[in-house]
Design a protein around this ligand. Structure first.
Ligand SMILES: *Cc1c(COP(=O)(O)O)cnc(C)c1O
Length: 377
């Protein structure tokens, strides 16, 4: 009997460290030797560099993680108890957790099953005619899932008409564009996770939010540290959610290679597309006039379990993002408000989606092996 092949991991954050080990070790030593570990020169420089990378006039604020980045934006906008925030059920639970963290009420909409992002028509309908029994809608969080832009044009128009800010959840889309503009620069504010497996990942927890509104950025920067504008004096009600200097120093090494990493992800995705040609599976859709950054390369099949097992036997690891929609998880089921579509497409997708290995450090030999296994599906 042949020994089982070593399985290529679906995600490998350690590979991103090994790829830049010398520079990262130098940056970590610099931060440690500085003697200043929280909200210092590294964090300030990362905020400037990330804001400049996003685009002209963008103000970035570092924080402890992506969930907090969303919650800080809501707090900065004074959205809390007595407010509804609209988002989707097909997301990392963090999006919904952030809404409840600030005391607001989530309203979960369905997805467009081709792109897996919020259904623009359902959003327009609920903004026009909110479901009964929930507080007034005060914000919309659009999740650009898997690295793919949501249908943001009509959503911005519907939000503007309703007088409600659109917040972008960019935890999976660092560097993706639509109409030539980077995601995270189109709404009122955007939240980025810097979790190790994200397209821009720290080697620990981290988050950053961005907004073109300088006053909002300044307010949130105070809220992230007890509401201080002056040391030891809270002028706002705040929290503690800071990005530490060691992580900021690491992120300053990784930010300059983010665009190249995204290009590598797209090249790997093109290889996977070609390998699927003779199979019954369909490559992931790309939204028109947008650039996908393939946080995940997601396939769909009613026979998911069998396909994943065959890939594993061929040495290819897979994952499911996400197996249980938020509205079906026991912490939320039965009490969470949903839009008129009842998240039917979300439930269907959760039973069928699976993700192939995707990270820039995959070698050409590994990609070739994966493509061989895909072609046999
Ligand atoms: C990862 C993720 C988050 C949360 O980020 P953390 O840094 O883990 O708190 C939020 N939204 C989406 C869509 C994510 O993928």
């Amino acid at each position: 009997m042949n020994a089982p092949l070593p399985v290529i991991a679906q995600a490998d954050p350690g590979a991103s460290y090994r790829a830049q080990k010398t520079e990262i070790d130098i940056a970590v030593a610099r931060a440690l030797n500085s003697g200043w570990y929280i909200l210092g020169a590294e964090g300030a420089a990362f905020e400037r560099e990330f804001g400049a990378w996003l685009g002209d006039g963008m103000h970035a604020v570092g924080c402890a993680n992506g969930t907090d980045a969303l919650a800080l934006i809501l707090r900065g906008m004074d959205i809390g108890p007595g407010s509804t925030v609209v988002t989707v059920s097909h997301t990392a639970v963090a999006t919904v957790a952030a809404i409840e963290m600030v005391g607001a009420t989530p309203l979960l909409l369905d997805i467009d099953p081709e792109h897996y992002t919020m259904d623009a028509d359902e959003l327009a309908a609920v903004l026009e005619d909110p479901p009964p029994g929930i507080p007034p809608i005060r914000a919309v969080i659009l999740v650009h899932i898997y690295g793919q832009a949501g249908d943001i044009g009509p959503m911005l128009a519907a939000c503007e008409k309703a007088g409600v800010p659109l917040i972008e959840d960019c935890a999976q889309c660092h560097g993706a564009t639509i109409g030539g503009q980077k995601l995270g620069t189109l709404g009122a504010a955007a939240a980025f996770s810097l979790y190790p497996t994200k397209n821009l990942g720290a080697l620990g927890d981290g988050g950053v939010l961005a907004t073109p509104d300088k006053a909002l950025a300044e307010r949130i920067a105070a809220i992230r540290q007890y509401g201080w504008r002056e040391r030891y004096v809270s002028s706002l009600v705040g929290v503690n959610s800071r990005l530490d200097e060691v992580q900021a120093a690491i992120l300053r090494v990784k930010l300059p290679v983010l665009d190249a990493g995204n290009a590598r992800r797209r090249a790997i995705a093109a290889r996977y597309d070609a390998a699927l040609a003779g199979t019954a599976l369909t490559p992931p859709a790309r939204r028109a006039d947008s650039e996908h950054v393939f946080h995940q390369y997601v396939l769909r099949s009613a026979a998911r379990g069998e396909l994943m097992a065959r890939l594993k036997a061929d040495g290819v690891g897979t994952g499911i993002h996400y197996p249980v929609p938020v509205h079906e998880q026991s912490a939320y089921a039965g009490r969470i408000a949903m839009g008129p579509a009842g998240c039917a497409e979300t439930s269907r997708a959760a039973g069928e989606v699976f993700s192939l290995p995707m990270y820039p450090e995959l070698t050409d030999a590994q990609v070739a092996l994966i493509c061989g296994a895909i072609a046999r599906l």
